[in-house]
Write a protein that binds this ligand. Structure first.
Ligand code: PA5
Length: 432
C-alpha cells in the first residue's frame, strides 16, 4: 500500500480537526461507490481493474505486438485525459529520454495533437522522416480540435507513404463505443478500434486502451498494470483513516478550509514530471468549479528547489506540499573520491547518490515545515508496472472522494468549453 504520512501538517491543524472530517469523507466515499452523487453516470472507471484477459486486452496486446514489429515510431494523438496518462506511465517507468536508441522491435513513442504549435508539428515531421510509423487517435468525443488537426495531417502522411490500405492498417482509433466523428471515421475507413466506455470520462480513462495500448507498445505489460490496480481497488476500499486515500483526502480538504488553496506535488524523480501533469489535470479539472478548488501545481526536486524553493520557503503561506518518494533503484551510483579534492566533495566519498537524495528530501521537508508549509508525504515503495496501476487507481479514487468532500461534481468540466467557443467563433466554425 502507498504510505501517506500527514504528521507534518500538524503545525496548521490538529488531530481533532481531522477526526471531525471523518463523517464527511465516509459520506463522500459512499456517494462515489454507490453512485448516488452528481456525475454518477461517469463512475465506470471504479470497476475497470480486472485480471481477466478480456477480448479487449487480447486485442490490445496483439495490436501492440504488431506495431512493435512493423513500426520505428508509434504516434499517439490526443489531448488532456486522452494523452497524459500513457505519457505519464511511459516516462515514469522508462524515463524522459525513453525514445533514445529505439526503433523497430521496440518503437519510439511520440505524442501529438496535444497543442497547436507549428514548431512542435515541424519537429514531429522531421522525426518521422524515413521512419516506419503507426498512429493511434484517442478522443472520447471524437471532435476535439487539436487531435483532429493532427489526425488529418498524420493520416495524409501515412496514405502518401503506404497507400490507403496499409495506412488504414496502421491507424487505430480509441473512442466512445457508439458516438462521435472518430467512431464514424473509423467505421468508414475500417480502422481497428478500442473503446473508452461511455461511463468513463477522459481523465479517468488511463486503465482502458487509452493508457494500456501505448504502454504495451512501449513494452510495459498491461496485465501487470492491471494487477496493481486490482490490488488497489481492494486495498483502498477500506472505510477508515487506515485508508491512505482517506488520509490524503481529509488532509488536503482540511488544509484548503484553512486557507491553503495551492497544492504543490513534488517528486525527486525527473521521470515523474508527466505523472505530476496527469495528477494536475485529474484534480484540476475535477475539483476546480463552482468557485472552489485547490490549485494543483507540480514541481521536480531538487531542480525546482532552485526556482520555486524560495517562494515555497518564504512566500505567501497559502500553499501545502505533497512530496512523492519511491524506493531506491537496484542499480546504484556512488560518489568517487578525488585526490586533489578541489571541490571539497570528498566528505561524500563512497556515499550513494540515493543517500544524498534522501538527505536532500529530509532537509527540504524540515525546512519547509519550519517555514510553516504543511507537507503530506507519500511513500510509493517499489517503482514498477504494478505500482503504476496502483497509483492511477489511488489518485482517481482520492480525486473522486475529495471532490465530493469539497461539494463539487468530479466528472464534468463545463469550464473547458469557454475557450473552445471563443476559438471556434474566431476561426469561423459554422454554428458559432
Ligand atoms: O478529462 C477530460 O474529459 C478531458 O481532459 C478530455 O480528455 C480532453 O478534453 C480531450 O477530450 P476528447 O477525448 O474528447 O478529445
Amino acid at each position: 500500500m502507498i504510505k501517506v504520512d500527514i504528521s507534518n501538517i500538524w503545525g496548521t491543524l490538529s488531530l481533532p480537526d481531522l477526526l471531525a472530517l471523518e463523517k464527511e469523507v465516509f459520506a463522500a466515499h459512499k456517494t462515489l461507490t454507490e453512485g448516488t452523487g452528481e456525475g454518477n453516470d461517469f463512475i465506470g472507471w471504479l470497476d475497470l481493474p480486472s485480471t481477466e484477459e478480456t477480448d479487449e486486452m487480447i486485442r490490445i496486446r496483439a495490436a501492440a505486438k504488431r506495431i512493435r514489429e512493423n513500426s520505428d515510431v508509434f504516434v499517439v494523438i490526443g489531448i488532456g485525459g486522452s494523452y497524459l496518462g500513457p505519457r505519464a506511465a511511459i516516462e515514469l517507468l522508462q524515463g524522459t529520454n525513453h525514445n533514445i536508441g529505439k526503433g523497430k522491435g521496440n518503437p519510439q513513442v511520440f505524442f501529438a495533437g496535444n497543442g497547436l504549435s507549428t514548431r512542435a508539428w515541424n519537429e514531429l515531421k522531421r522525426l518521422l522522416d524515413g521512419k516506419d510509423f503507426s498512429i493511434a487517435i484517442i478522443s472520447k468525443s471524437g471532435t476535439t480540435t487539436e487531435p483532429a488537426i493532427a489526425t488529418r495531417a498524420l493520416r495524409a502522411m501515412l496514405v502518401k507513404k503506404y497507400g490507403i490500405d496499409e495506412a488504414n492498417a496502421r491507424t487505430i482509433a480509441i473512442t466512445d463505443p457508439c458516438k462521435g466523428a472518430l467512431r464514424q471515421m473509423a467505421m468508414e475507413e475500417g480502422w481497428e478500434t478500442f473503446v473508452i466506455p461511455a461511463n468513463v470520462g477522459g481523465r479517468y480513462s488511463v486503465l482502458t486502451a487509452v493508457g494500456l495500448l501505448p504502454m504495451a507498445v512501449a513494452g510495459i505489460d498491461p496485465m501487470e498494470v492491471m494487477a496493481g490496480a486490482v490490488q488497489a481497488k481492494k486495498d483502498y476500499d477500506l472505510r477508515s483513516f487506515e485508508n491512505p486515500v482517506w488520509l490524503y483526502t481529509a488532509a488536503r480538504n482540511l488544509l484548503y478550509r484553512n486557507g491553503k488553496c495551492i497544492e504543490i506535488m513534488e517528486s525527486f524523480e525527473p521521470g515523474y514530471k508527466m505523472m505530476g501533469g496527469w495528477w494536475q489535470q485529474l484534480f484540476g479539472e475535477s475539483e476546480g468549479k463552482d468557485g472552489k478548488g485547490i490549485f494543483p501545481v507540480t514541481a521536480e526536486f531538487t531542480a525546482d528547489l532552485h526556482s520555486l524553493g524560495q517562494m515555497i520557503q518564504q512566500g505567501e503561506r497559502n500553499i501545502f506540499e505533497t512530496m512523492i518518494r519511491f524506493d531506491a533503484p537496484e542499480e546504484t551510483f556512488t560518489v568517487q573520491g578525488d585526490e586533489k579534492n578541489l571541490d571539497g566533495l570528498n566528505y561524500l566519498e563512497g556515499r550513494t547518490l540515493d543517500f544524498v537524495d534522501e538527505q536532500a528530501f529530509l532537509g527540504t521537508l524540515a525546512a519547509h515545515v519550519d517555514g510553516n508549509v504543511p507537507v503530506i508525504t507519500m511513500d510509493m515503495g517499489k517503482l514498477d508496472a504494478q505500482k503504476l496501476g496502483e497509483m492511477f487507481y489511488f489518485f482517481e479514487l482520492a480525486c473522486g472522494v475529495s471532490a465530493y468532500t469539497l461539494g463539487v461534481n468530479p466528472f464534468n468540466q463545463p469550464g473547458v468549453e469557454f475557450y473552445k467557443r471563443n476559438m471556434f467563433k474566431l476561426l469561423g466554425k459554422p454554428g458559432y
